[in-house]
Design a protein around this ligand. Structure first.
Ligand SMILES: [Zn+2]
Length: 329
């Protein structure tokens, strides 16, 4: 009997489960060496991380999302990590692990560098197998570059839009700086993975609440920036051999104050907090048009690595959801 089985037996006795089983929420693929040989192998991956937007890309007019991902593989009911908080999820998205494994919180990410060698981010996995390539993490929210993405990865550029923006507090203005940085970055560099974090919808959610007109406007503003970045990729001639992924980390609630005004927040497990968007599009003819299988935020790591033809580390708990790639059966 293996140690895992013994733990499972003990866990069953007390109605508990070892962490790995408890957190398995997807029935997706763990690509084999053979699967990787059959992958189309994209030249690069562009990940749009949209903070706080939950499932709202399915609930308002988002013409750019529609034109990019309208014939891609999509889900608006992927699951956030619990608690439904930013670092818990960006940690999962970039490290292929559940929150229970990476244990990143907003406070930890804001104050401590990520130093665990046994839990490599997708950047480190790729940088180690492809020396000489370029990578970029261009974010609104600095804790991602401080405490989630490792330092000293060869070829990785970290850009914090919040530090470059000098105006009065305005999350959407910082997002616009991130967008400008990406567009200028790709004029002379070819990042194998570019990850960006836009924060407008999270601010819209906190200030006004899920589903309010202001929240809708913030999701639509993020959609506009996603469109500009996508167009810049297409202008570079990268529209076909880039895999585009859009992912949100959590949604928001909508609560009413006594004076009738509304506000939001997240961290709980209501539908509007826990359901998130994952959308995948690419031009190599292998992306299935339609609803993606069951997925969680961590699975973005597996999707990105498979698209690049990279083997995911054994420590990863993420999977490639069903109905994303026609090459995986
Ligand atoms: Zn967040």
């Amino acid at each position: 009997m293996k140690i895992y089985d013994i733990l499972l037996t003990i866990g069953n006795m007390f109605k508990l489960r070892p962490a790995k089983e408890r957190n398995k929420i997807t029935d997706g693929f763990l690509p084999t060496e053979e699967d990787l040989k059959g992958a189309k192998k994209y030249s690069r991956v562009m990940i749009f991380g949209v903070d706080g937007a939950g499932d709202y890309f399915s609930k308002c007019s988002v013409p750019n999302f529609d034109r990019i991902f309208g014939h891609g593989s999509r889900t608006f009911s992927a699951l956030s990590q619990f608690p439904t908080i930013s670092a818990q999820n960006w940690g999962s998205i970039l490290h292929g692990l559940t929150f229970q494994s990476h244990k990143l919180t907003n406070e930890i990410a804001a104050t401590m560098n990520f130093v665990r060698k046994d839990q490599p981010s997708i950047f480190r996995v790729c940088a180690e197998s492809h020396p000489g390539s370029t990578y970029a993490s261009i974010v609104n929210w600095y804790p991602i570059n401080k405490g989630i993405v490792e330092n000293k990865i060869e070829g990785l550029y970290k850009i914090n839009a919040g530090e470059l923006y000098k105006g009065p507090s305005d999350d959407e203005a910082v997002d616009r700086v991130a967008c400008e940085q990406i567009i200028s970055f790709i004029q002379d560099k070819d990042p194998r993975i570019l990850y960006t974090h836009l924060d407008g919808p999270d601010e819209g959610g906190h200030s006004h609440g899920y589903g309010t007109p202001e929240y809708v406007a913030s999701v639509q503003h993020a959609d506009e920036l996603v469109g500009k970045i996508y167009d810049a990729y297409v202008e570079r001639g990268w529209g076909e051999d880039t895999l585009f992924i859009l992912v949100t980390d959590h949604g928001h609630v909508c609560k009413k104050r006594k004076d009738g005004t509304t506000f939001g927040g997240h961290g709980g497990w209501t539908d509007s907090e826990k359901y998130v968007t994952i959308a995948v599009a690419g031009g190599l003819g292998d992306i299935i048009d339609g609803e993606m299988g069951q997925a969680g935020t961590l699975d973005v790591a597996s999707i990105a690595l498979y698209a690049l033809g990279e083997k995911q580390p054994d420590v990863y708990e993420s999977r490639v959801p069903k109905n994303v790639f026609s090459t995986l059966k």
